[in-house]
Design a protein around this ligand. Structure first.
Ligand SMILES: [Zn+2]
Length: 307
């Protein structure tokens, strides 16, 4: 995993290389931006450069034992904290891990306080940090206030607002931006998707390879809620936080359904383009505290004629 695998993101890569060349490594960083645009790759590339035994001009050699272990995702001093990590701690399915729990962060802290096995840095990469439960975020904050020596904490998140300000303020924030449509297309072709399909997927990807791949794997994606727009809004939970999460998911499902119908040739791009834009706008309004019930109703009214 090297910085050459990261497409675009010149500002982020420049900042990260700057830390490596100066040797001034922040104790915590937050990589911010939509899913599927290279944040985790960048975190891995940075970790690799730190733990490589024979770095060449401060970048990882890719050949030493440390580099190879990291590429195989088995390096004992680099913890990837995500649904898989939490699932293995809890002996559960990864798909069940919707949020990162406080026990997971406590366990991670214990791991990170142990001496590094390779004698150098220890790195924790906390993916989707915006899914941290409140208690988990507080536990993480305590760690970031006094991190164990020679440890680096990299958080990735798609939304800053979902993280407590106190956590964000402890991190050096590095923004990542959506990829160009053509870059998404090239990356999909590298993954053996035919050029025609790659082009359609890229057009619907909003600059995220992750989103394009999710779409490529969908065989069917029907809106979860068969209720009328108004009944669906009434059925939302009373707690604002839960309602907001459900509406976010519902908007995503509606959008994916429209994209899928376009990919199957059932709707032209011009038919889905405007509703997709409207649904994106509703998602933004939701983030700026608009009423989830209203947003859900508007979302269904927007998408329903095409479902
Ligand atoms: Zn190396």
């Amino acid at each position: 995993m090297s910085f050459s695998h990261i497409k675009e993101q010149p500002r982020a890569v420049k900042t990260l290389k700057g830390f490596l060349s100066s040797g001034k490594i922040p104790s915590a960083m937050l990589f911010l931006g939509p899913d599927g645009i290279g944040k985790t790759l960048a975190a891995e590339a940075f970790a690799q450069a730190l733990i490589c035994r024979q770095p060449q001009q401060y970048l990882a050699c890719g050949l030493c034992a440390e580099c190879r272990a990291l590429t195989q995702k088995i390096h004992p001093d680099v913890k990837m904290v995500n649904a898989n990590y939490q699932a293995s701690l809890r002996s559960e399915e990864p798909a069940k891990q919707k949020t990162l729990r406080v026990e997971t962060i406590r366990r991670l802290r214990n791991d990170m306080e142990l001496q590094p096995l390779a004698g150098g840095w220890k790195v924790a990469i906390v993916e989707q940090a915006h899914t941290l439960e409140t208690e988990g975020a507080n536990a993480l904050l305590k760690i970031l206030e006094e991190p164990p020596r020679q440890t680096l904490w990299i958080l990735t998140a798609c939304r800053k607002e979902r993280l407590p300000k106190t956590v964000v303020s402890r991190c050096f924030v590095i923004p990542f931006t959506p990829l160009a449509e053509n870059t998404v297309k090239e990356l999909l072709i590298e993954k053996n998707i035919s050029p025609d399909r790659a082009e359609s997927l890229a057009r619907l990807s909003e600059g995220s390879v992750g989103q394009a791949l999710e779409l490529a794997e969908l065989s069917s994606y029907e809106p979860a809620n068969p209720l009328s727009p108004f009944a669906a809004a009434d059925a939302l939970p009373k707690e604002l936080f839960l309602a907001r999460t459900q509406v976010e998911l519902a908007l995503h499902r509606l959008s994916q359904t429209l994209r899928l119908r376009h990919l199957r040739g059932q709707l032209s791009f011009s038919r889905v383009e405007r509703p997709l834009r409207e649904l994106r706008g509703l998602g933004r309004a939701l983030k700026s505290n608009a009423d989830p019930r209203l947003i859900l109703t508007l979302g269904y009214l927007e998408a329903e004629p095409l479902l």
